[in-house]
Ligand binder design. Sequence first.
Ligand SMILES: Nc1ncnc2c1ncn2[C@@H]1O[C@H](COP(=O)(O)OP(=O)(O)OP(=O)(O)O)[C@@H](O)[C@H]1O
Length: 317
Amino acid sequence: MGVIDPVIGFDGLEVRLGARTVLNGLTGELRGNAIGLLGPNGAGKSTLINTLLGFHSPSKGTAHVLGLDAYRDRARIRGAVGYMPENDSFIGNMTGVHFVRYMAELSGLPSAAALERAHEALFYVGLGEVRYRKVNSYSLGMKQLIKLAQALAHGPKLLILDEPTNGMDPIARQRMIQLVKDIRKEGSVRLLISSHLLRDIDETCDEVLILKDGRVAALCNIEAERRSNRSFMELETVGATEKFSVSVRGLGCECASFPDGRIKLVIPENIEVRDLYVIASEQGVQIRRMNQRRDSLEDIFLRAMESEAGRPTHVSA
Ligand SMILES: Nc1ncnc2c1ncn2[C@@H]1O[C@H](COP(=O)(O)OP(=O)(O)OP(=O)(O)O)[C@@H](O)[C@H]1O
């Protein structure tokens, strides 16, 4: 991958399956270390992943992965990408270590190296103890972990995880999320994570692509969003609210006051709640209740769902 190549890029990407246009004019670049892929059922997430893996030939436009054309260079992409599918796709009567070795061989490693990397990958995900057990004896959580191990074993540059926490109980989910965070922190592998759970994406990703009806509904850098995030606040007050509003505006807050004493504020980063109390006491205003919240990934997702198809609502560098 060249220095300036995005991890994933699309240019007018259209993919038709049968008579249907499933991906419709996707354009954009994703450069994050961990990219979340969100969208309601049928939005086109699996089709997009399959396109990035070279299984679908675009009917128009292009998709690039690590600087390679997703369709034309698909053989090279498969060596550089690790893929954890949503559905179980095991050879159940193989032992864990044989299965992972086999998958690493299919991704291009010679047999001895594949065996060594299979042991390492299984220990890494916490399945070292059970690596000689047959895969079909594994619990659901262990099956998710071995899918991750087989995706990692050949040393990919990009890891595509499709619903990595599917069916996991809270403790197993936390372990999977921690593994994903560790992989991201270690820094040698980029991640593309598709999930129905906003929380999974919120906890692990720094960038998000939201699809709706086969189009880009939003593409945003979550970390930049978080950094630039302004805080929203609603106050319930008693007293001279007009004077109070004038003073908080003087601090740099946006402010709307209502006759019933409610005041809605957008407060910049450098203002603290304590400053509002100081002004209130100076103006003889009593603050009875204060609700504060920040824009969350959920807000970004809901705005994207409300947007007109094909017109991204929220794009930030
Ligand atoms: N082989 C196919 N032929 C025709 N239409 C298809 C084919 N595969 C998928 N589709 C349709 O394309 C649309 C997108 O499907 P896709 O599986 O990519 O969505 P998704 O976002 O992954 O959904 P989910 O979250 O339910 O997995 C759906 O309406 C689906 O019915």
